[in-house]
Design a protein around this ligand. Structure first.
Ligand SMILES: [Mn+2]
Length: 348
């Protein structure tokens, strides 16, 4: 009998081995339970290359910079709007020359076509490059909340959509899958032409800009989508109201405070979505103040609960103006009025 055989027999009968087995089984069960509780598959690492904040200081190669926000699963209306604006073809392929498109968050939830929109952005992000164009798709609170907890109440429609298409939740959460990779690569903000910041709720955090960039990068790279930096009611993705429940844009001091932060960061203005009724501009897009246009709201209420508006696109038609620390002269809104099939473009 070799010592190996003795060891084998000893292992089989040893009470210690039995204990070890029970322990392994227990940790296995607990591990699985924990995984279920956290609702995120253990493979859901995040994107180590996530820039946090995309910086596009040189916009001289673009003939226009355009932005929209909050399409919220309304894929057909979104394609209709972008096709009418000659950004894409009616069948969802990139068309525009030298155009920078920034999507300012909340592509998913509420409407029935969140997956269509994720796929549209994935296709356009690649196709746009051929025309000297670029597509940047930013995080909204809905994407962050979904990645933090795919079972959250707001994502019920998206979960139904997955079920209907025979897909499981891992398709949009597991970093090994392309759709999930796309979601987890979404940056928090884009700084364009040096002086403009695009971000979902517009509430630039109370911290020096360099710290904001470092923090955004660290949080997104770690995949910590539930972090207060993203989901606190006062955060750059969530901010709507102050502590008394008053909308921040209805408080002169909060508006002033935000504008001072922009100036301190060397920014001129901020473009944001998230609040379809901000500035009293329901169903439209536009600035807080026409004279300086520092704060521009571009959520035109495309979601069903906000009125299923056909949408508006913000256009800066002289991108060089985004590199100056003053009001751009050429800002336009292109969109549809609820009862008209004609695309209307008006200066802001
Ligand atoms: Mn939002």
């Amino acid at each position: 009998m070799t010592s190996g055989q003795i060891n084998l027999r000893w292992l089989i009968v040893s009470p210690l081995t039995l204990l070890l087995g029970v322990l392994l089984l227990y940790t296995g069960i607990v591990g699985r339970t924990r995984q279920t509780k956290s609702k995120i598959p253990s493979s859901a690492a995040s994107d180590a290359a996530n820039e946090g904040v995309v910086e596009i200081p040189d916009v001289s190669g673009f003939q226009q910079v355009v932005a929209l926000s909050d399409p919220h699963g309304m894929g057909d209306n979104l394609v209709h709007l972008l096709a009418a604006c000659k950004i894409i073809t009616p069948d969802g392929h990139w068309l525009a020359d030298r155009t920078l498109l920034i999507v300012v968050g909340d592509s998913i939830d509420k409407g029935p076509q969140s997956l269509e929109i994720i796929d549209l952005w994935r296709i356009l992000s690649v196709e746009a490059l051929k025309n000297g164009s670029r597509v940047v798709v930013l995080l909204g609170n809905h994407e962050a909340e979904f990645l933090a907890d795919p079972e959250n109440k707001k994502a019920a429609t998206l979960r139904d959509e997955l079920k209907e298409k025979g897909l499981d939740i891992h398709d949009v959460t597991d970093f090994r899958r392309p759709r999930a990779q796309f979601l987890r690569a979404m940056p928090l903000a884009a700084r364009v032409g040096k002086h403009w910041l695009f971000c979902h709720a517009g509430w630039v955090p109370r911290m020096p800009y360099a710290n904001f960039v470092t923090k955004a990068q660290a949080v997104l790279r770690s995949g910590d989508y539930g972090n207060d930096f993203l989901l606190d009611p006062d955060s750059i993705l969530e901010k709507r109201a102050d502590k008394d429940g008053r909308k921040w844009w209805e408080s002169a001091s909060e508006v002033q405070e935000l504008e001072s932060r922009l100036i301190a960061d060397g920014l001129y203005g901020v473009v944001f979505g998230h609040q379809p009724d901000a500035f009293g501009l329901s169903g439209e897009i536009g600035p807080y103040s026409l004279s300086d246009a520092r704060l521009i709201k571009i959520d035109s209420g495309m979601s069903p609960e906000a009125g299923a508006h056909p949408g508006h696109l913000l256009r800066f038609t002289v991108p060089d103006e985004l590199t100056h620390d003053k009001r751009p002269a050429h800002i336009f809104s292109s969109g549809f009025e609820p009862d008209s099939p004609e695309l209307r473009t008006v200066p802001l």
